[in-house]
Design a protein around this ligand. Structure first.
Ligand code: ATP
Length: 314
């Protein structure tokens, strides 16, 4: 075979991190049903990978998925990766014929923005595969249209999200933090958790959401003990109300030596901050032994946002 007969299939692979909310302040329901948020996002080292290859003419985006939670991931047009490809194609007037394979390691419906991560990754993968070179601020605007958590998945690191959480200001982080995540047996629906928040706060004056200065300085200084004292999640009572057994998971991690525990975003994944890697592994083992969760993951933050890790173009 002559070398010019070898057809290399163009392929772009993007790696994208999960997030934990180091602070999630939630305002009262707005007339449009959304809530104003002051959302301190921190990207953590659990990743999905989205690989884009050219599709057949006219077929549109085709989604496939592998991983322990793959059966729970929709493969139709509702998948955020498919919606991202369609949004980008429409903006540039190009066909959205692309195959998107998701290697899923981020827990599904776990409050770690897994779907949002795939949306951001697919956007970057398609932009690269199609050679569009869309400016970064335009990519971020498409992300914001796709969902409140999607822009942060592209950005990574740490950021304060205001509005619905989609208006981002990058935050400095002075060092690595060690985390354990306890993945629950079953997911929780984010809209359901917000409904429960509305029910629990009905008739009370919900303050304007704001990021705590102590949280921002703990991140800036890379100080785990100060961060532990400042972690806060206004959705935690709602998640615990819907899933009371999460209290046992939170207690098991604290007993094992975590500096702090909290529900990640809308849950049901719980997050534990540890003083170092060794303690993080101890906490993970104790959580596993407690039988109060499906599995545990040990990792660090901050992590980079969506990034092209393989780019083979013919
Ligand atoms: P968030 O933290 O942003 O509130 P989450 O991490 O709790 O989200 P996801 O894993 O994003 O939850 O899944 C929520 C729902 O989104 C799923 O139940 C699924 O129906 C839908 N979904 C759409 N696209 C995806 C995707 N690529 N991966 C996972 N779920 C997806």
């Amino acid at each position: 075979m002559r070398t010019e007969d070898v057809q290399v299939q163009a392929q772009v692979r993007v790696r994208v991190p999960a997030k934990v909310n180091a602070g999630l302040a939630v305002g009262g329901a707005r007339p449009d049903g959304f809530h104003d948020l002051a959302n301190v996002f921190l990207a953590v080292g659990l990743y999905d990978e989205v690989t884009a290859t050219a599709g057949a003419a006219g077929e549109g985006p085709v989604i496939t998925c592998e991983g322990p939670d793959a059966a729970q991931v929709p493969l139709d047009a509702s998948n955020l990766a498919a919606r991202a490809a369609l949004a980008l194609a429409e903006r540039h007037g190009v066909p959205a014929d692309v195959r998107l394979h998701i290697a899923k390691d981020i827990p599904v419906a776990g409050g770690m923005a897994g779907g949002s991560a795939d949306g951001a990754a697919a956007l970057l993968a398609c932009d690269t595969l199609w050679g569009l070179q869309t400016p970064r601020d335009e990519l971020l605007a498409i992300c914001a249209d796709l969902g409140s958590d999607v822009p942060f998945s592209l950005l990574g690191g740490a950021a304060l999200g205001t509005g619905r959480g989609e208006r981002l200001t990058a935050l400095p982080v002075g060092g690595a933090f060690h985390w354990v995540f306890a993945v629950a047996h079953e997911g929780l629906s984010t809209p359901r958790v917000f409904q429960e928040f509305d029910r629990l706060t009905a008739g009370t004056a919900v303050p304007e959401p704001a990021a705590a200065p102590a949280l921002l300085s703990a991140l800036r200084d890379g100080d785990a003990a100060l961060l532990a004292a400042a972690l806060a999640n206004d959705l935690q009572p709602a998640a615990l109300s819907l899933r009371p057994s999460l209290a046992e998971t939170l207690a098991a991690g604290m007993e094992a030596g975590a500096l702090a525990s909290l529900v990640s975003g809308s849950g049901p994944t719980t997050a534990f901050l540890a003083k170092d890697a060794q303690t993080a592994h101890q906490v993970a083992q104790a959580l596993q032994d407690s039988g109060t969760c499906r599995t545990t993951r040990v990792t660090t933050s901050p992590a980079r946002g969506a990034v092209v890790v393989e780019d083979i173009r013919a």
